[in-house]
Design a protein around this ligand. Structure first.
Ligand code: G
Ligand code: G
Ligand code: MN
Ligand code: NA
Length: 253
């Protein structure tokens, strides 16, 4: 069974689902938003990880349709969250292929508009691959989205090859510290020095920071001490169905 042909049926067969993983502010312990994470449950293949099927969706071009569906789901969720305390934002992973696709900005604006969600509450997570080429190309991709009001986060920061000057020039709102760094807190002093430097750099450039993959109190304490703004990870909660996220918000208030 080829992944690409199975993936062609995933949307029509209702095999895709969007889960939401909370992000918590270290300052006051409040849940401020959630990252939308795509899941695929195939009848024969079982649960297929996005790290396996997103590259297939990208190489087959199907990412446009699937990514559009994820955005639609996430915007509908964010619309419902407008009525819960704190009105959390939704953060959505977008492929660079989506960003490059003609009419993406307009379609996203139309989607947000018809869902009744202000762009400020829809964060777009892009990976460092966006900054791989010419800075000018990346700027042309991101600027219209920023002008439309969508905050942009740089995902998995520190694992790729972003030049630090890009961070400043591209106007990111947020920087996500990759879980590879978080994992080694308390074990590797060099790694802690790297996190410290990333948080300082982000602050200097006016970006807020989110640490990913936070699993322990020790990791959270270290991150709080270093001035990291938000955490995401199993310590707070794993990715969950939207209804469970809404329940969690109610409990937290
Ligand atoms: O949730 P999990 O750790 O299995 O996700 C693995 C990877 O898949 C993450 O890097 C995440 O950014 C990516 N991913 C999850 N959902 C989406 C999505 O809707 N679109 C894209 N492009 N990537 C996603
Ligand atoms: O967008 P990104 O590729 O960074 O997605 C984060 C990935 O990490 C998701 O696949 C998610 O399921 C996973 N994840 C989320 N929280 C934790 C955690 O606390 N520990 C570990 N090991 N993985 C996590
Ligand atoms: Mn992400
Ligand atoms: Na990430």
């Amino acid at each position: 069974l080829r992944l690409s042909s199975a993936l062609a049926q995933a949307l029509p067969h209702g095999e895709l689902q969007v889960l939401y993983q909370p992000q918590l502010a270290l300052r006051d312990g409040r849940i401020v938003g959630a990252e939308a994470l795509l899941r695929w449950q195939h009848p024969q293949l079982g649960a297929v990880s996005p790290t396996d099927f997103i590259p297939v969706a990208e190489s087959s071009g199907r990412i446009i349709e699937i990514g559009g569906w994820v955005l639609q789901q996430a915007l509908a969720a964010a619309r419902r969250w407008a009525d819960v305390p704190g009105a959390p934002y939704v953060a959505v992973n977008v492929s660079v292929l989506q960003l490059r696709h003609t009419g993406f900005v307009q379609r996203l604006c139309d989607l947000a508009n018809s869902a009744g969600v202000p762009p400020q509450r829809v964060e777009l997570e892009v990976t460092e691959s966006v900054t791989a080429g010419e800075a000018e190309q990346a700027r042309q991709m991101l600027q219209p989205l920023q002008e439309a009001g969508f905050p942009i986060a740089i995902d998995d920061f520190g694992t790729g090859y972003s030049s630090l000057t890009y961070l400043r020039r591209l106007g990111f709102a947020r920087l996500k510290i990759d879980q590879a760094f978080v994992r080694d807190i308390g074990r590797d002093p060099d790694n802690e020095a790297i996190i410290r430097a990333i948080v300082q750099l982000a602050r200097t450039l006016g970006l807020t920071t989110v640490a990913e993959g936070v699993e322990t109190i020790e990791q959270a304490s270290f991150l709080a001490r270093e001035g990291c703004d938000l955490i995401q990870g199993w310590l707070v909660a794993a990715a969950m169905r939207e209804a469970d996220f809404v329940t969690l918000l109610g409990k937290h208030d």
